[in-house]
Design a protein around this ligand. Structure first.
Ligand code: MLT
Length: 266
C-alpha cells in the first residue's frame, strides 16, 4: 500500500484497529523487519509500519535524511492517514533516533515510546568519519560493502550460528536498499544531535528493549539511557543482538503487548 506524504508515495503496512502503534525500522532495512510483530500486535493496536524515504518501496531520493526530516515525514504520514489519536511509537536503532526527533518536535502526538537497540548519544568523531568512509564506499562500489560490514554485527553470535535463514533474510532486506538511500541515511545519522540531555524530560511511558548481545549498541549504554528516562521500563532480551524483534519475536511481542495493555486508555 502507498500513500502520498510530503509529495512522496510512501509504502506502508496497516493492520488492526484501535490505538495506533507506529513501527519505525532501522538502517539499512525496511518495514519487512517488523513482519513477526504486525499480525500479533494487531490484536491489541492498529499497527502501522512505513518504509522511510530511501528505503524499501518508498522513493529513492538524495539525502541527507536528517532525523528531523524523517520525523516530519512521519507526522505528515499520520496526517495522511487521518490519525489524530496519540500514538505509541516503536523505533529500532535508526528508528529510535527518529522516535527521539519525533518526541522533540511533536510531544503532544505521543502516547508512549518503545525504544529498541538504540542510543541517545550522537556519533563520536570516529563514528562520523566511519559514516563518511561508508558513504564513499557505497558511492564507488555500491551497497554490498555496507551489507557485508553490517550483516555479521546485526545478529547475536548464537542467532548467526543457529538461524542461517534469519541471517539470509536480514541480508536480503538490506539488499533492497538503494545506494542513494544508504548514503542519505548515513549522512542523516551523522548529523543527528545528542539526545542525552532530553532523556530526563521525557514525559510519556517508555519501554526500552535491548538484546543482551547487541554488538552495535552495548547493553550497558541502553541500560544507562533507560535509567535517565523518568519511570522507564528496561527489558533485556537474552540470546538476541541488534534485532531482538526478529531474533526472539515471541518474547519481544509479549513485552510490547503487556506494555501497551498497561497504558492509560486515553
Ligand atoms: C541501525 O541499525 O539503524 C544502525 O545500526 C544505526 C546506526 O548505524 O547508528
Amino acid at each position: 500500500m502507498k500513500i502520498t506524504v510530503n509529495g512522496l508515495p510512501i509504502a506502508y503496512t496497516d493492520d488492526g484497529d484501535g490505538h495506533p502503534l507506529l513501527f519505525i525500522h532501522g538502517f539499512p532495512l525496511n518495514r519487512q523487519m517488523w513482519a513477526p510483530q504486525v499480525g500479533e500486535l494487531a490484536k491489541v493496536a492498529r499497527v502501522i509500519a512505513p518504509d522511510l524515504r530511501g528505503h524499501g518501496e518508498s522513493p529513492r531520493l538524495p539525502g541527507p535524511y536528517e532525523m528531523d526530516l524523517l520525523a516530519s515525514d512521519m507526522a505528515a504520514f499520520l496526517d495522511a492517514l487521518a490519525i489524530k489519536k496519540r500514538i505509541v511509537i516503536c523505533g529500532l536503532s535508526m528508528g529510535g533516533y527518529v522516535a527521539f526527533a519525533f518526541y522533540r518536535k511533536y510531544p503532544e502526538r505521543l502516547r508512549a515510546m518503545i525504544l529498541t537497540a538504540t542510543r541517545a548519544a550522537a556519533d563520536t568523531t570516529d563514528g562520523k568519519a566511519n559514516r563518511d568512509a561508508m558513504a564513499d564506499r557505497v558511492s564507488t562500489m555500491g551497497i554490498m560493502p555496507v551489507v557485508d560490514a553490517m550483516a555479521p554485527k546485526l545478529l547475536s553470535p548464537i542467532s548467526l550460528k543457529e538461524k542461517p535463514d534469519l541471517a539470509k533474510k536480514v541480508s536480503d532486506i538490506m539488499q533492497t536498499t538503494s545506494a542513494e538511500g544508504m548514503i542519505g541515511a548515513l549522512m542523516g545519522m551523522k548529523l543527528r544531535p545528542d539526545t542525552s540531555g532530553m532523556l530526563k524530560e521525557i514525559q510519556v511511558p517508555t519501554l526500552v528493549v535491548h538484546g543482551a548481545d547487541d554488538q552495535i549498541v552495548p547493553l550497558q549504554e541502553a541500560r544507562q539511557m533507560a535509567d535517565k528516562i523518568p519511570g522507564a521500563q528496561f527489558e533485556m532480551i537474552p540470546l538476541a543482538g541488534h534485532l531482538p524483534n526478529l531474533e526472539q519475536p515471541e518474547l519481544f511481542n509479549k513485552l510490547l503487548m503487556e506494555f501497551i495493555l498497561r497504558l492509560p486508555s486515553s
